[in-house]
Design a protein around this ligand. Structure first.
Ligand SMILES: [Zn+2]
Length: 71
């Protein structure tokens, strides 16, 4: 089940909600505001900053930067 981050414009709090049903009305746990905004998840930050694919290089047996030549 997806966890979404929300931002409350009234009390400026950010909180995470486990969304069971996407039709559920999300309200702020502090002030019960119903106009909370859904934030983009951390995925965007991680995929933009990290180089998960290229940092490790190739497999154990090949010393080049990629496995394109050994497989
Ligand atoms: Zn609030």
């Amino acid at each position: 089940m997806p966890i979404y981050e929300y931002h409350c414009p009234r009390c400026r709090d950010e909180f995470e909600v486990l969304v069971m049903n996407s039709r559920d009305k999300i309200t702020c746990p502090k002030c019960d505001c119903k106009k909370v905004e859904r934030l983009l998840s951390g995925f965007a930050h991680k995929s933009a900053g990290g180089k998960m694919v290229s940092s490790g290089g190739g497999c154990a047996s090949c010393k080049s930067s990629s496995c394109a030549s050994c497989h």
